[in-house]
Design a protein around this ligand. Structure first.
Ligand SMILES: Nc1nc2c(ncn2[C@@H]2O[C@H](COP(=O)(O)OP(=O)(O)OP(=O)(O)O)[C@@H](O)[C@H]2O)c(=O)[nH]1
Ligand SMILES: [Mg+2]
Length: 297
């Protein structure tokens, strides 16, 4: 435990070609934090130089490794720097450093992960983006059972406990959902505070729709890993229902119809029923394994 009366607050920014914004963001953040970490994720512009001149600790990835990898580097550096509170926000000027204190406050009140939600406050967000955020937040809810309005926001704060315990694997944007699932699995306290966000420049480096589907894919994998009984149970139930329906059709036509056995349909129904049962058992086995693993840790 850190005994100092004042907590050590560190800010972190993932930055990929943000030379234009990163310097002024560091200076603005410094009003509220003791240190600023910038992870230059293989930028080809002057991100590292500017961040260094503005007084940040710069970690440079030799190549572009992705948003998730950048977040993991920030968390590792915050641990090395012995931070009590870490606030991470984007380096593309969509987030306002003046809102750092409101996230810090929630950590001081005892939360471990604080998410700056773009939903709570009425921000000007394109409708398709808002729809995407909602879908991803719902799916993350299934994986984590955390009821949050905006699970994709990059403006977040972490307690010392969260910095020490989060064990993250994702390399891309799906890390935002992984953090929520992982925090809930580790029993960390998660909450949201309202933030503002500005979509001024033609910011998106990735096609937001394609990137949304990519993240969705990863979240579905996370659901299968973290809630196997639900995931494989549902899939197994669907297969079993299909199997029962097709076998009912076979029986019906045999006794009440033509009196011939429909071989093809019979085979299909056997296939559905066997794969449905296998899927169900897979879910049950994985569920027991997961329980054992979490009991041990
Ligand atoms: N896209 C992208 N951003 C990265 C990467 N590594 C670090 N970043 C930084 O992560 C932050 C968020 O990236 P953005 O591309 O703005 O992601 P976003 O805000 O979800 O998407 P937009 O709404 O389109 O701006 C920025 O500060 C980037 O500089 C990377 O590999 N790809
Ligand atoms: Mg952005």
């Amino acid at each position: 435990m850190n005994q100092s009366p004042r907590p050590k607050i560190v800010a972190g920014m993932p930055a990929y070609n943000e030379g234009k914004y990163v310097g002024s963001l560091i200076l603005q953040a410094k009003q509220y934090v003791d240190k600023v970490i910038v992870v230059d994720d293989g930028s080809v512009d002057h991100t590292s130089e500017v961040a260094d001149l503005a007084g940040a600790t710069v970690i440079r990835h030799s190549e572009n490794k992705g948003y998730g990898s950048a977040i993991r580097s920030i968390l590792a550096e915050a641990k090395t720097q012995n931070a009590d509170i870490l606030v991470i926000f984007d380096a593309d000027s969509q987030h306002d450093p003046d809102e750092i204190p409101s996230l810090v406050k929630a950590i001081s009140e005892g939360f471990d992960v604080v998410i700056g939600s773009r939903e709570i406050r009425r921000n000007k967000i394109a409708p398709y983006r808002r729809l995407g955020q909602r879908v991803l937040s719902r799916l993350t809810y299934i994986a984590s059972r955390e009821k949050l309005s905006d699970t994709e926001s990059g403006f977040r704060a972490y307690s010392r406990k969260a910095i020490a315990t989060l064990d993250l694997k994702e390399e891309g944007m799906s890390i935002s959902s992984e953090i929520v699932s992982e925090a809930s699995a580790k029993g960390l306290k998660v909450t949201e505070v309202p933030i503002s966000v500005t979509y001024t420049r033609d910011s998106s480096t990735l096609n937001p729709i394609r990137h949304g589907f990519g993240v969705m894919n990863r979240i579905i994998v996370m659901i299968s890993e973290r809630r196997p009984l639900l995931f494989f149970g549902m899939l197994g139930a669907v297969l079993l229902v299909l199997g029962i329906a097709t076998s009912a059709a076979v029986i019906w036509s045999y006794y009440f119809g033509s009196n011939v056995l429909m071989i093809g349909t019979t085979l299909v129904s056997v296939l559905f029923i066997t794969s449905g049962l296998l899927t169900l058992f897979t879910g049950m086995i994985l569920n027991v394994l997961l329980k054992r693993m979490s009991d041990r840790s």
